[in-house]
Design a protein around this ligand. Structure first.
Ligand code: NAP
Length: 446
């Protein structure tokens, strides 16, 4: 039997497990999907915004894969320390790392660490009930928030701030975050891009959604659109960028609706400094101008936007895992079609898929072909991998190395506890936001 560990149970990990279980070349396979958290689904559970029910429902598809008898979920297993890549490889013929990009990119400008300045990824983790976040971390006393970056994460956090709590009551957002959002004083959210509207990274579907929020309106300045060379004639743009420009143009021409909250979409402003002594009071930007080659150059003109909350939403970044090679400039594990490269050579039995393989780009579905490519490489290597004798059940080996795995039944118990928590609060399922709560639910004391 070919025994494989997949590290990480987000979309890339689950799609990898699926591709390995459903291939025909090696009929006898057993895949353990291990995760640091006691809960599966990675960013589908801890990154997709709570009001994106349709994308969240993907959990149903991932669940069906993890219920395949050839696949076993083992949560609460941290790779590192005694259970390092070498130890893991002594328990399995192959290990596929699908650990994503676990941290945020930095701006590298003064004031970045002032109180009130956070990475958007932490804000996302907070409203998604990630157990590493303090449930009481965000008290939204700010009236004005600046979101730096114009990708889909920026759109998500701006939308959640602009929705306020009441609209999120019927989602699985944790209770402390719901109350903070209900009590929020934020009236203005400025989402700021350093380049032009035709170069924004958000997708049109997500952008359009901002225009449909009941209590908020989108404000776009036509003079900033006009700075974009593509604005006058967007016909030469790639379709996605053309659609974005058209949506923004429509909003710029619309009269103000006088709603309680506003999302200001701003362009051609590069952040140079976060202002404030102890806590952030604003952001200083430099106006930029297109250089004709897709980039921008500074103009020397400065502009400040008041803000008591700053969310830096400039992309995720991969983190090195001790014992695995790492390309720090790209934030990925060096690989060839998913085979981990050590000193330029494929390392037998070690693979990667997802963001740690190719960088933090693409939508959830992008991970499926990426995972298939890695699985195909592993299956092609199977005759070599199977030559190595292994202990009978890796679960015993994991336990011997100090792991206390939460198995699928434990996860089901967490799901039941979250449904019960929701019932007690007169809400749908409500996520448990802390380690103690999750582990107690997973292993009820009988
Ligand atoms: P992203 O799409 O890479 O966007 C990052 C943004 O930050 C860009 O606007 C970028 O501008 C800007 N930026 C980078 N460095 C900067 C700097 N030093 N100063 C100012 N701005 C800077 O990253 P993301 O929004 O974190 O999203 C990550 C991935 O998850 C994407 O593939 C996204 O589509 C996906 N995602 C999808 C959804 C969804 O489908 N609903 C939701 C969330 C995330 P430049 O372009 O100028 O570099």
């Amino acid at each position: 039997m070919l025994r494989i560990a997949v590290v990480g149970s987000g979309p890339s990990g689950v799609y990898t497990a699926e591709a390995l279980a459903r291939q025909d070349a090696v009929p006898d396979v057993a895949v353990d999907v291990v995760d640091r958290l006691p809960c599966p689904y990675g960013l589908v559970r801890y990154g997709v915004a709570p009001d994106h029910e349709k994308i969240k429902s993907l959990q149903g598809n991932l669940r069906r894969v993890l219920e395949d008898p050839r696949i076993r979920f083992l949560g609460n297993v941290t790779v590192g320390g005694a259970l390092d890549p070498q130890a893991l490889l002594s328990l399995y013929h192959a290990v596929v790392y699908c650990v994503g990009a676990a941290t945020d990119r930095r701006l590298g400008i003064p004031g970045e660490d002032l109180a009130g300045s956070h990475s958007a990824t932490r804000f996302v983790s907070w409203y998604s009930a990630h157990p590493d976040e303090d449930p009481d971390e965000f008290v939204l006393r700010a009236r004005s928030a600046v979101v730096i970056g114009v990708g889909n994460v920026a759109v998500d956090v701006a939308r959640i701030l602009a929705r306020g709590g009441e609209e999120l009551r019927r989602t699985d957002v944790p209770d402390a975050a719901l109350h903070a959002l209900q009590d929020s004083r934020v009236t203005d959210v400025h989402v700021v891009g350093r380049r032009g509207p035709s170069q924004a990274k958000f997708t049109t579907k997500e952008l359009r959604e901002l225009g449909g929020l009941p209590g908020a309106e989108v404000v776009v300045r036509s003079d900033e659109l006009a700075l974009d060379p593509a604005y006058a004639d967007p016909s030469g743009l790639p379709p996605a960028a053309r659609r974005n420009v058209e949506v923004l143009r429509g909003w710029a021409e619309r009269p103000a609706a006088g709603r309680a909250r506003r999302i200001h979409l701003r362009f051609f402003l590069r952040p140079v400094e976060l202002l404030g002594d102890d806590a952030v009071t604003g952001v200083r930007f430099e106006r930029t101008a297109p250089d004709g080659q897709g980039r921008v150059a500074g103009t020397g003109l400065l502009e400040e936007i008041d803000a008591q909350l700053v969310l830096r939403s400039v992309g995720y970044r991969g983190v090195p895992l001790a014992g695995l090679p790492f390309d720090a400039s790209a934030g990925i594990v060096p690989n060839n079609e998913g085979r981990v490269l050590r000193d330029g050579q494929p390392s037998p039995g070690e693979y990667v898929a997802g963001w740690i393989k190719r960088g933090p780009t693409g939508v959830i579905g992008t991970n499926r072909p990426c995972a298939k490519q890695t699985a195909a490489a592993l299956v092609a290597d199977a005759p070599l991998l199977l030559a190595r004798a292994l202990p009978v059940d890796p679960l015993e080996g994991l336990r011997a190395l100090g792991a206390e795995p939460v198995e699928w039944s434990g996860w089901e118990a967490i799901e039941a506890a979250e449904a019960e928590l929701g019932r007690s609060l007169d809400r749908p399922t409500v996520k448990i936001p802390d380690w103690a709560g999750l582990l107690t639910a997973a292993r009820p004391i009988l």
